[in-house]
Design a protein around this ligand. Structure first.
Ligand code: NI
Length: 392
């Protein structure tokens, strides 16, 4: 039976599995039930399954023919700390936890692809090794990073790695396949300002951390407006500013924090340097001490040329050229697929989830993954493997 013949049945079983995952969401590094569902399913298919990478991560290997070529397909398994407001039967059974980013769909579709590819392997549709990578903790703490640190690519060498994310607001079943930066790097900063507190009516006897901090918030914006090439993109958002308790007391300290988003690793360096320079300037100007803690988070996700060409071709075969968008703007959100694709050339695509209105956006308490795109996702993974590991 061809993949097209078996797809309706496969897709409806995978949709049921997806709804089961949706009803039982698990947070970063706690995906024990999900990992068991995934690993058991892959074992039943007869794949070689490796459990326990990064705690709850699962890798499965499908080796076909004699070619040394190998590629990795990656899905994420974790949910968000969010109270679901949907009332449909498969709503979350876990208070305060929800699959509001569609990782239930990503996991289910990759399991469906593993099944389809297992059958295709039997009839010689490709030659090489496919790794199915199910990672924990995409939303938080970088499960992808931990898998790489624990030897993902040493134990399972691969030439290319591929990721996929559903995208509300893009027509259901359409694709975004863009070369270069597609998701931003996300760094965090915390700044403590220490001055001299005192009477609010006698500011000349103090070193005022509120005024210093206010100036700092303003000047930090010049990192974007005056330090970044106007044709490039960056974000500096101060999201916290805590100081003081009383109307007549100037406080001794202020604490600020926020996020920096950039699209190239070298701009992460430039932002950190610029922030240190500005903090030093504020110290001199306002006679305060400013200590900056700049913490690197997820790197930018940058799609390499060769895997992007393959992904584009696979998407076009599945959705038709007119439904594959190749010039979309990057998102300033972040994605820890970048920890994989900065080591091994990779491509991360968006799969349209349908209209994004009515609260059905990523991370909304009303969100749900669109089961109608499951056949498209399975087809995409299958066509991608066929292309990337075409018999030579
Ligand atoms: Ni996500």
């Amino acid at each position: 039976m061809s993949m097209e013949d078996q797809l309706p049945n496969l897709a409806s079983r995978i949709a049921a599995l997806r709804r089961d995952l949706h009803a039982h969401p698990e947070l970063a590094f706690e995906e024990h039930r999900t990992a068991k569902v995934v690993a058991d399913h892959l074992e039943r298919l007869g794949l070689e399954v490796f459990r326990g990478l990064a705690g709850t991560g699962v890798v499965a290997r499908l080796r076909v023919g004699t070619s040394p070529r190998a590629i990795g397909l990656r899905a994420d398994m974790d949910c968000l700390p969010l109270q679901e407001l949907n009332v449909f039967p498969h709503h979350s059974k876990q208070p305060g936890k929800m699959h509001a980013c569609g990782h239930d769909g990503h996991t289910a579709m990759l399991l469906g692809a593993a099944e389809a590819l297992k059958d295709m392997a039997a009839v010689g549709h490709f030659d090489g090794t496919v790794y199915f990578i199910f990672q924990p903790a995409e939303e938080h703490d970088g499960g992808g990073r931990v898998m790489v640190e624990e030897g993902l690519f040493d134990r399972f060498p691969m030439d290319m790695v591929f990721g996929l994310h559903n995208w509300p607001g893009m027509a259901a079943g359409s694709f975004g396949v863009v070369e270069g930066p597609v998701m931003a790097g996300a760094d965090r900063f915390e700044i403590e300002i220490t001055g001299h507190g005192g009477h609010a009516a006698m500011p000349h006897q103090t070193a005022d951390v509120v005024v210093a901090g206010s100036a700092l918030v303003q000047v930090l914006q010049t990192l974007v407006s005056r330090n970044t090439d106007p044709l490039e993109s960056a974000v500096v958002s101060v999201t916290r500013f805590h100081a003081g308790h009383a109307d007549n007391v100037l406080p001794e300290t202020a604490l600020l924090g926020g996020t920096v988003r950039t699209l190239r690793p070298e701009w992460q360096d430039a932002m950190e340097e610029g922030m240190r320079r500005i903090c030093n300037g504020i110290e001199t100007t306002h006679r305060v001490r400013v200590s900056l803690r700049f913490e690197r988070g997820y790197p930018p996700t940058i799609n390499s040329e060769a895997p992007t060409l393959l992904a584009r071709e696979a998407a076009r075969r599945v959705a038709g050229s007119e439904r594959v968008f190749t010039h979309l703007k990057p998102s300033m959100g972040a994605e820890d697929f970048s920890y994989l694709s900065r080591v091994v050339p990779g491509c991360y695509v968006w799969l349209g989830n349908g209209p994004g209105e009515g609260g059905c956006t990523l991370h909304s308490p009303h969100y749900d993954f669109n089961d109608d795109i499951i056949p498209t996702g399975i087809r995409y993974w299958a066509k991608l493997v066929e292309r990337a590991l075409a018999p030579e």
